[in-house]
Design a binder for this molecule. Structure first.
Ligand SMILES: Cc1cc2nc3c(=O)[nH]c(=O)nc-3n(C[C@H](O)[C@H](O)[C@H](O)COP(=O)(O)OP(=O)(O)OC[C@H]3O[C@@H](n4cnc5c(N)ncnc54)[C@H](O)[C@@H]3O)c2cc1C
Length: 388
């Protein structure tokens, strides 16, 4: 292994891989990614990978929208597909969130997002009889949204970065980060030490101990999220848009093999290692019942299994992006709180810009670690926190 690097990226999920690619494309070819296991083997590989733009804050709406353009043109960027499938995305909220939803849509339209407030008579998906609604429920629709393939995206970024001269080492955990005189000096791995002046921590739910050892306190909680898969009755419901259902506390999207993926639950777990990676029977029954009430043509769908994964949740369910004050050369891209995949292209670009140029196209300063000290937290307008 090379024992020096311009930048070391710790973590080979979609964030680390996107950061590495963006560093390399900005000319930083001596960048090295260290991954303890396999690329996309953490939260990334378990993601539902929904790409929606509906956010309560401009910074994330912008990042999601600009990231969507990258997912759509991923082959031109990396030479491989992202697996982007356009399904449209419907957000449904209780009547009392109607005003919040309209404000969010107006903000997103200012950003340039293709989105609109819709009602049951006014949009194609509803007119097609996919969904049923209760009186007064508020809806927004984004025709361009959908999903992509998180494994293809992470590995596509990594492969392209390597073609440009960057290096990737899997099976190589970063044991510790060395700091001398307030500056990053290197990282220590099982394969030896790598001298570097710059480290980006993108190790998801595993980030805390490594940072705590440096006296950097990042408030992160591990939260288990379940993904139930249902086989759709193919004649009654060959396809459907993706839905974020605040009323029922779930999200659901189709896949190309006739399944519907349903994301439910926010259960804190004590450790990222050794949690229940399966699906609870009760979650399957309950979420299916609620989804069938929303999508009656799903009645007759049958359970095909599922999995669980972990969110790295911050107190305000927003990521931490930026430099660590007091340790020169240390950067964080953590705390994506269950909604990071859709942001990953712009996370990579933003982190690389910060490191290479010192300034960013999208101002992410409100996502700095400092906000947990100052109390200047981000706010979502909905009770379904992952919608952020
Ligand atoms: C079930 C589920 C559904 C989701 N659905 C969506 C969705 O629909 N849309 C969306 O936008 N987002 C979604 N997300 C969130 C999204 O997947 C994550 O925000 C994103 O994948 C986080 O990527 P990451 O690179 O930060 O973390 P990870 O993918 O967890 O990557 C971190 C990597 O660091 C490695 N690592 C750990 N310790 C070390 C070390 N010491 N040294 C080196 N490497 C180390 C790990 O092995 C891991 O590969 C979902 C997440 C889950 C779990």
């Amino acid at each position: 292994m090379n024992n020096t690097a311009d930048v070391v990226v710790a973590g080979g999920g979609v964030m680390g891989c996107s950061i590495l690619y963006n560093l390399a494309s900005m000319g930083m070819r001596q960048a090295l990614l260290l991954e303890s296991g396999t690329l996309a083997g953490g939260s990334t590989g378990r993601s539902m990978a929904i790409l929606r733009m509906h956010y309560s804050n401009e910074v994330t709406a912008r990042m999601a929208w600009e990231s969507l353009a990258v997912f759509r043109h991923f082959e031109e960027v990396t030479g491989g597909p992202s697996g982007y499938v356009r399904t449209g995305y419907l957000l449904v909220a209780q009547p009392e969130y109607g005003r919040a939803l309209r404000e969010n849509v107006a903000m997103q339209q200012r950003v340039g997002v293709d989105t609109a407030v819709v009602d049951a008579d006014g949009m194609v998906p509803m007119a097609s009889g996919w969904f049923t609604f209760s009186e007064g429920e508020a809806c927004a629709y984004e025709p361009e949204s959908g999903y992509a393939d998180p494994y293809l995206v992470a590995t596509g970024y990594a492969r392209k970065a390597q073609e440009m001269g960057a290096a990737v080492r899997t099976g190589t955990p970063v044991g510790s980060i060395e700091v001398e005189d307030g500056k990053v000096a290197g990282v220590v791995t099982g394969d030896g030490r790598v001298a570097t002046r710059t480290v980006v921590v993108a190790t998801g739910v595993w980030s805390q101990p490594m940072l705590a050892a440096l006296g950097v306190d990042v408030p992160l909680e591990c939260v288990r999220h379940q993904v139930v898969t249902l086989r759709r009755p193919s004649e009654a419901l060959p396809d459907h848009p993706t839905i974020g259902d605040v009323v029922n506390g779930l999200s659901a999207r189709p896949d190309s093999a006739g399944l519907t993926l349903v994301g439910v639950g926010e259960e804190p777990v004590p450790s990222p290692d050794g949690y229940n990676q399966g699906v609870d029977w009760i979650a399957m029954e309950d979420s299916t019942k609620r989804l069938v009430a929303r999508m009656p043509r799903l009645a007759g769908a049958y359970y095909r299994g599922g999995w669980s994964g972990l969110f790295d949740v911050t107190p305000d369910w927003h990521p931490v992006l930026g430099r660590v004050e007091g340790i020169e050369g240390l950067y964080l891209a953590v705390g994506f709180s269950g909604h990071g995949f859709k942001l990953s292209p712009m996370v990579g670009q933003t982190m690389a810009e910060l490191i290479v140029k010192g300034e960013t196209t999208i101002d992410v300063s409100i996502l700095g670690l400092d906000r947990f000290r100052t109390g200047n937290l981000m706010r979502s307008k909905y009770p379904l926190a992952v919608l952020a």
